[in-house]
Design a binder for this molecule. Sequence first.
Ligand code: FES
Ligand SMILES: [Fe+2]
Length: 464
Amino acid sequence: MSKEEFIPTRDWYVPPRNAKTPLETPLDPADVAVPTRRYTDPDYLQNEFDLLWTRTWQLACRESQVSNPGDYLVYDIGKRSYLIVRGTDGQVRAFYNSCRHRGTRLCNGRGNTGKSMKCPYHMWSYGLDGSLQAVTDRETFCPIEDADYGLSEVAVGTCAGFIFLHPDRTPAESLTEFLGDVPALLEPYRFEEAVTTLDVTMPCSANWKVLVEAFVEMYHVQTVHPHLLATLDDVNTYFENLGRHSWMIVPTAVTSERLGGTVSEIDRLEGVISIMADGVGVRSRENRSAGEETAAALRQMFTNEAGELELPEGSSVRDVFVEMAQNALKEKGFDLSGLSAAQFLDDHQFHVFPNVIMNCYAGLNMFLRFRPHATDPGQCLIDLMLIELIKDPDEIKSRTAVHQEYAEGEISLGEVIDQDTDFLPEVQAGLAGGDLENVTLSKQEIRIVNFHKALDGYIPDRNA
Ligand code: FES
Ligand SMILES: [Fe+2]
């Protein structure tokens, strides 16, 4: 495919900043080979725990998950466990989730611990600021200096309503330095005002990086998600690396040129309706038809007197869906004036290093986090969260999600996510079961190239 074929006139869209389509992006041949052992070798997994996860900022939870004094949430990554707690002073702190007596985990899951945290083993008690408050049968110990026995604290920081932690108490790199341009790009979405409407954890039989990588390229859309080609432009998706992070902008309600101009505007409308109706959510595997009502309502809006789908005169599918999203959010009273029209429709998708994917649409956003298994490089945990801008207090109450855990494949999360999670174990199986020394990356996988260059900075195994 020539560059001219690959990059048509983009009169309908102005790319922001320095974003480039893959063929416009230079690729250094030195960067394209990634050792297969990064996905399969237990020693590499251990290196990740020792050299990456102990040395990087990482997304732990949302601020709203610990909104009141005493609210806590346990964040586990591999064998490490952290306790995130809001104090009586309103401050959020994070500690190793380990009692200073004989090490017992202090808390599990999430909840409210009241004014203190009590160890379930011998009832040592800690204040919400981590200070040691009480020692059961203190007189039976050698003298204990309370100041030496506070919970071990780690650094926390916030961005866009998310709490990040760093396993150091005083990291050399601040969260602001770590995130670079990302906070400014997220700011107009007003995530800190949004409500979590889906909060799900499910294992997947693939390395956590296999999952990250499937979400940062569009190369596999033509094979794994072919039904999307009618309504998104995988070829002219824009990519921009942002230090260790990256983002892409996926033009939506336009058709991939891989289909060769065979899709009419009305077919595109039908396609967008189906995809919007399918949405992400928890459904049974047997009955994924949760979106039929939404689809019928959307179809009704565009049905003319003859019973056929029709667009308002002079409008494209892009125009009508951008306007619909803008009006809906304006009616709810949200000021999203910092967003471009394209941000109301196109997926502006961030990879926040190491393991978070943020799919940003105005008002409705999907976040994915992939956590490594403690010992098996071929397993990971998927955390999926939807956050939505909702104003009505009753709706907030009824729609705020309770965290749910499922077994692998137990439920459907929507057609597109299912296609990925059902397929990616095949990638892992091939990586583990073949004799491939390196995977080979293309310009369409430039964000994966960037990801592994960032990993090189923590685990320099490629130059060893
Ligand atoms: S281990 Fe926590 S009080 Fe004994
Ligand atoms: Fe995918």
